[in-house]
Design a protein around this ligand. Sequence first.
Ligand code: NOS
Ligand code: ZN
Length: 388
Amino acid sequence: MTSEITQTPNPDQIRRAPKVLLHDHLDGGLRPGTIVDLARDTGYEGLPETDPEKLGTWFREAADSGSLERYLETFSHTCAVMQTRDALVRVAAECAEDLAADGVVYAEVRYAPEQHLDGGLTLEEVVEAVNEGFREGERRALEAGNRIRVGALLTAMRHAARSLEIAELANRYRDLGVVGFDIAGAEAGFPPTRHLDAFEYLKRENNHFTIHAGEAFGLPSIWQALQWCGADRLGHGVRIIDDIRVADDGTVELGRLAAYVRDKRIPLELCPSSNLQTGAAASYAEHPIGLLRRLHFRATVNTDNRLMSGTNMSAEFQHLVATFRYTLDDMQWFTVNAMKSAFIPFDERLAMINEVIKPGYSELKSEWLFRAAAAAPVPTSGSHGTHG
Ligand SMILES: O=c1[nH]cnc2c1ncn2[C@@H]1O[C@H](CO)[C@@H](O)[C@H]1O
Ligand SMILES: [Zn+2]
């Protein structure tokens, strides 16, 4: 007899399981219908499709390019419709709602304020609009019966020269909805050390940051992000696999950098579907997350861009469950890893783990005990049956 405990969760259980998301781009997660609405409202005429369904397909296909540079071109359309206060409030509110409906209980959502100034907003107005949207979305989610907490990460673009300014902005709004800082954009040719002044400033301020590194570009980028810049987490970091050797007999050898990442418990914000689209991994089965989980790296599961990848947290976990036969215990392991790595205070992370995440998984793990009772037909009494 096989125990139900070792079985893989079904899609409904995956959706209801509490999940934590550390790497999700606000401008990569809009609802296609909202993009169409906002383009109409703001007079943006550059959309490749105006039917929401076709537009969603267009984003997924255009992003499926095999190159990070071409993948990033699709963001010109989402950023184009996110240039007014109302648009930012709406997009942020819907983001929080969508994540909560997907069973995400804690999320850190990032965006680059410098990309939302074309309509005349100031950097501060952008941050305040997004914060307002997140609070509104949290409220609406609660009304719908879903609890979620969303923090913002402010991103600076690595090809641009505003990182110190954005770091200062992140510091100004610390404890006011912003929990940290990030840099993103094309990796090759734009090493993180270009932005050392921003990272050194944040360290002096005892603030937190993550860096997109080891996605399109390999180990030197990860090494710089950690040892020159002092990143708390790695955005992707998936190329750390290049410093791990698996011999034919299965023995594993870690290089110095991989050992450092594992031993110092550096969180890896892994984004499987996104990696398949940009060519950073060939298939789910070959995605390094399988090995990194076995080797006990601090691996986390993330969406990156829900619109471009046509994904959400449940879909990412469904792929992993199907590929690696992960159980609810594996899902809980990834989720606790993510919560431990969040940028909110330690006592809040601990309470999230002990009061929300673990009880949520316990509940799901005990469901099979009651399945027979739930499936049993309800006895009808005489001729009073109301539903036939
Ligand atoms: O996977 C990624 N790698 C690097 N940059 C990215 C990725 N996804 C999105 N962005 C970039 O981050 C900006 C702010 O959210 C987006 O506009 C996009 O240019
Ligand atoms: Zn990203």
